[in-house]
Design a binder for this molecule. Structure first.
Ligand code: PEP
Ligand code: MG
Length: 325
């Protein structure tokens, strides 16, 4: 794969039998957009906004956030940017928000749970994202959704923000898309219902693996249990993608698992429509996609779904990659 990387920037991520995959990049700072473009990604599938909130003493204002999101939207145009709303808590803390110490921060007051409780913080961000949507193709994504109620509540606040902006005569995209991250098993298992309330689903495998296998994603001692090819993870990915397709929406993946070329055929075989990964990995994933057929990928997915051991599944994926790459 390596020696073809330069030319691969300018070709499409399409399988040998013509299935077009959407390939996007993940960013954490507005400055990262340049790398996404250079590496030939089609837009930003995950803009992690918490880096904008940490390492400072006060909350970023609506205008400050608007400037940052609008800059990203303008740079990535005509491609889209999916702005993920604040995902703090867990391993990402904000000293000035005075989040109390918790026994289980990863299971605690974080992400959408925090935002639905601190509506001042959430609405400021939603308004900034909405205003940025007048400058390009912007989509909104909610992190850590555990059930459809949180999506309904978040969408209701988004409607409030739209009404406010309308009344103030401020421009935004009336048809802005919203999406839910699927990174909690309860969300994957109820993806059918969640898919009715959003325009896309994006699987956050970093957290989905952590919560499904009950393995802390930052604890070295149990890192051996953190296996993306655990059959449970594959099942959750498969049923999330199927639920999305039944409701006529697309399903992406934006966790680290999407950046593993060995697993690209498996993910596509499980029904993933979009992969969003670090810019560095984008050319590798694109090249990989062009080396197998969708039909072969589906066959591979079917084969591994019969297997019981993560290692056995990984070995099977490696053998597939060796035959094709
Ligand atoms: C994930 O959980 O897979 C994800 C993409 O979000 P983060 O890594 O920011 O938690
Ligand atoms: Mg996550």
């Amino acid at each position: 794969i390596e020696d073809k990387l330069d030319e691969v920037r300018f070709v499409e991520p399409v399988t040998t039998d013509g299935r077009r995959i959407h390939l996007a990049g993940n960013i954490e700072l507005p400055e990262d957009v340049a790398h996404v473009v250079e590496n030939g990604a089609e837009g930003i599938g995950l803009y992690r906004t918490e880096f904008f909130f940490i390492n400072r003493d006060t909350l970023p204002s609506e205008d400050e956030q608007y400037e940052a999101y609008a800059q990203v939207a303008r740079t990535i145009k005509p491609h889209s940017v999916i702005v993920r709303t604040l995902d703090i808590g867990g391993d990402k803390f904000l000293s000035h928000l005075q989040i109390p110490q918790e026994m289980n921060p990863f299971l605690g007051w974080r992400a959408i749970r925090f935002c639905l409780a601190r509506q001042d913080v959430f609405k400021t961000q939603l308004r900034a994202i909405l205003r940025a949507s007048a400058e390009g193709n912007v989509k909104i994504m909610y992190p850590m959704i555990s059930g459809v109620k949180e999506v309904l509540d978040a969408n209701a606040l988004l409607e409030q923000c739209k009404n406010e902006l309308r009344a103030e005569g401020k421009a935004f995209d009336e048809h802005i898309s919203t999406g839910a991250m699927i990174e909690v098993p309860s969300a994957a298992l109820t993806a059918d219902r969640i898919a009715e309330e959003v325009d896309f689903l994006s699987i956050g495998t970093n957290d989905l693996i952590q919560y499904s296998i009950a393995v802390d994603r930052v604890n070295e001692r149990i890192a051996y249990l953190y296996e993306p090819t655990h059959p449970a993870i594959l099942q959750l990915i498969k049923l999330t993608a199927e639920a999305a397709h039944r409701k006529g929406i697309w399903c992406g993946i934006c966790g680290e698992m999407g950046g593993e070329i060995t697993l690209t055929p498996l993910l596509i075989g499980l029904g993933i429509d979009e992969i969003s990964t670090g810019s560095i990995q984008v050319p590798f994933i694109k090249q990989a996609i062009r080396l197998f057929s969708h039909q072969e990928a589906q066959q591979l997915a079917q084969e591994v779904m019969q297997m019981h051991y993560p290692q056995e599944i990984l070995d099977h994926c490696k053998a597939f990659a060796q035959r094709h790459y």
